[in-house]
Design a protein around this ligand. Structure first.
Ligand code: TA6
Length: 275
């Protein structure tokens, strides 16, 4: 049900999409995976990154924007990063909010007895609320993430602040580490910060911008850049694209898995903004 004057359905590169245009921002969200593809605050360029080689086909993951990894993250199940990002979702509502932002809600019914909705508020910030309700009579272990791809000037010239001193699993080596300084990138980087509810900032001096990633209902932050060799191995990732992006992902991963009792619910929230 679209009651919004600031949202309109359209076909975007052959995919069913909702285009948002309000006083705060322009945005784009697909029915496929309820994936936010674009978020451009007024007078700013897109905060999100999308590979020029992304595959836009049913059943395929789209390389960029904000993929929803659910009801598992990574290799906790098959396929990688779960089912939600591979399937079409139902558009529940699109409404103009009183403050001038646009609220979109989509629902995914692809897992029996697990209700999933994503509410996205396109405003002066981009807020995503991913809510799971366990309708089954048994406990459910959930890992999940909003796998956000951010556009940057050059990953070798940015830094990510907020995770200093936080312990992380280095997914490349299996070692547990920590650093007493902000994150900088000189090689493939794949880190799972657990027991971490901190707000992160991507500091991009060349573009003179800072992107803040705040969160709630999330104890894991994943930081990833594939660098050269892994980028070459991914067919939906351009060989020369790795400098253009960094992932700062908001989730509950590994030891931060959410245990949902029968009848209970959980909401994972990410709020992204220029600061
Ligand atoms: O960002 C964390 C991560 O799990 C990395 O290990 C890398 O595999 C990335 O997700 C992308 O996964 P995908 O299945 O989208 O290629």
């Amino acid at each position: 049900m679209i009651r919004a004057t600031t949202a309109r359905e359209k076909q975007w590169r052959g995919m069913a999409a909702l285009e948002i245009d309000n006083e705060f921002c322009r945005g784009l969200i697909l029915r496929h995976g309820a994936q936010v593809i674009s978020y451009c605050p007024a007078d700013a360029s897109d905060l999100l990154w999308l590979s020029k080689k992304c595959v836009l086909e049913p059943g395929q993951a789209i390389r960029g924007g904000i993929p929803v990894c659910w009801p598992w993250f990574g290799k906790d199940g098959n396929p990688m990063h779960g089912l939600a990002r591979l399937n079409d979702w139902e558009l529940v509502t699109a409404e103009d909010a009183p403050d001038g932002s646009t609220e979109v809600e989509m629902a995914f019914g692809g897992v029996p007895e697990l209700d999933l909705t994503l509410r996205v508020i396109f405003g002066s910030s981009l807020r995503l609320d991913l809510t799971t309700v366990n309708r089954s009579g048994k406990e459910v272990r959930l890992t999940q993430a909003l796998h956000s791809y951010f556009a940057v000037s050059d990953v070798a010239r940015i830094r990510v602040e907020g995770l200093e001193h936080s312990p992380f699993l280095n997914a490349l080596t299996g070692a547990r580490e920590s650093e007493d300084h902000s994150i900088r990138f000189q090689a493939e980087t794949d880190r799972v910060y657990d027991e971490s509810d901190v707000t992160c900032r991507i500091i991009d001096p060349a573009w003179r911008r800072k992107i803040q990633v705040a969160k709630a209902g999330s104890n894991s932050t994943v930081v990833w850049n594939p660098w050269i060799d892994k980028a070459h191995r991914m067919t939906d990732f351009g060989d020369d694209e790795y400098p253009e992006m960094v992932c700062v992902e908001t989730g509950n991963v590994g030891r931060d898995a959410v245990i949902l009792a029968p009848g209970s619910g959980h909401t994972l929230t990410a709020e992204i903004a220029l600061v």
